[in-house]
Design a protein around this ligand. Structure first.
Ligand code: HEM
Length: 404
């Protein structure tokens, strides 16, 4: 009894100072979520949970990792993997988390595209989401440098070479980025700083902003239906739960999120314990050697589609194509000219566009992994052309779309 009284007075003390009752209402019990949504709307919280797991496992790895070109490889592959108690577990969790976070990001993005969740009123949700995508890409790339294996070194070399700007030959700029003529100690130290400090800080800020952008327009729903939230909320509060179109985020919707997260983590830990090599390139188990170039240099699977947009073209054109591919998804709210907020299957030609884009990105991903020879080169080239054709026709087909 005394304990309950104690907890009550702590609550009141805090409430008088930081209004936790109001905060709890705004962010949880009166944060209204439409009923008409499916499990795909849990992907955002799955992403937040995966980011949490990446942070925790990263902190444990950081206790033993050594950011020196002479010791980095052994600190990961020998010290953490064999000497540190459960070091292998934290490394597998971190590696699988880094790979799965992209799988879920892509699902989350394409769900948003399918249901038109980037349309008028929700543009900032989309743009902040794409900002997160760019930040996660930088975070994954900088993390890939840290084990200082052959792929770390050579992927680092190839990607930083992009900043030479093709025939512009901005060689001074590349060296400024690397801090040296080739990736070496200065390079490893700055990517270490980016990976463990600056980028995570920016990601946390971007996640808070992304959540903030959801609050006023609310999440979309399966039919793109626009309704009066205040009226729906009043019905819910009056006990007319069946008639109301909304449920509170916490505890009602959150319980569904937690269920989906449970299923996801079964898959997650299945991969951690039985298929951890899925997230590790065998070539990266050889220490970095600037005198021996691997036969094929390719990035991790989640970057393959954009790598394949770079590869089939001559240097300058490839660079321009690559640069466009990195920002074009951010422009989606402005390139889709139709006012219809509806699932793609109700939007005529846009339905075709959606599946063509998804299949195209998957084809580009496969082609990016295969050596650029013979038929693979031809398919890769045409898939890259198709990527741009689809973006060019988007404003036209959506302008012609009938109003639903
Ligand atoms: C990795 C970091 C991310 C986190 C933690 C995150 C989190 C969330 C959460 C919790 C929601 C609300 C529930 C839901 O619809 O799933 C949401 C919605 C949304 N997110 Fe993200 N997100 C992330 C990345 C992205 C990316 C890369 C995009 C792509 C541009 C994106 C676009 C959207 C959109 C359009 C919505 C609104 C969905 C709707 O209204 O139906 N997010 N996000």
């Amino acid at each position: 009894m005394a304990r309950i009284e104690g907890a009550k007075s702590v609550y009141e003390w805090l409430d008088q100072r930081i209004a936790i009752t109001t905060l709890n209402k705004v962010m949880q019990t009166e944060y209204w979520i439409p009923k008409n949504i499916n499990f795909l709307w849990a992907m955002g919280m799955v992403l937040a949970a995966t980011f949490g797991i990446l942070t925790i496992s990263g902190i444990f790895l950081l206790m033993y990792y050594n950011p020196s070109v002479d010791l980095a490889f052994d600190s990961v592959n020998y010290l953490i993997m064999t000497e540190v108690g459960y070091g292998w577990l934290w490394r597998h969790v971190h590696g699988i988390g880094a790979s799965l976070v992209f799988l879920i990001i892509y699902i989350h993005m394409f769900v948003g595209i399918y249901y038109g969740s980037y349309k008028k009123g929700r543009e900032l949700i989309w743009i902040s989401g794409m900002l997160l995508f760019v930040l996660f890409s930088a975070e994954a790339f900088s993390g890939y440098m840290l084990p200082w294996g052959q792929m770390s070194y050579w992927a680092g070399m190839v990607i930083t070479n992009l900043f030479a700007g093709g025939s512009l030959e901005a060689t001074g700029f590349v060296e400024w980025i690397r801090g040296d003529y080739v990736p070496a100690q200065a390079y490893l130290t700055r990517f270490f700083m980016l990976h463990v400090f600056l980028l995570p800080l920016l990601i946390i800020g971007a996640i808070v902003f992304h959540f903030g952008t959801l609050r006023i327009p609310h999440v979309n729903n399966q039919d793109g239906e626009d309704f009066d939230y205040d009226e729906a909320a009043e019905l819910y509060k009056a006990g007319k739960v069946k008639e109301s179109k909304v449920i509170p985020f916490s505890p009602v919707f959150l319980s569904k999120d937690v269920f989906v997260m449970g299923v996801y983590f079964v898959l997650f830990f299945y991969l951690v314990f039985y298929h951890f090599n899925f997230a590790m390139d065998p070539v990266n188990f050889d220490p970095a050697n600037g005198l021996s170039t691997p036969a094929h240099i390719y990035p991790e699977w989640y970057f393959l589609w954009s790598y394949e947009i770079l590869r089939p073209f001559p240097t300058d054109l490839g660079l321009i194509a690559f640069a466009i591919s990195q920002v074009i998804f951010m422009m989606l709210p402005f390139l889709d000219r139709s006012p219809n907020v509806a699932p793609a299957n109700k939007r005529g030609l846009f339905h075709f566009w959606f599946w063509a884009m998804l299949i195209n990105v998957i084809v580009l991903t496969f082609m990016g992994k295969l050596p650029p020879e013979g038929i693979w080169n031809v398919i890769g080239f045409w898939a890259a052309i198709m990527f741009f054709v689809l973006w060019i026709i988007l404003p036209i087909i959506t302008k012609l779309e009938k109003k639903i």
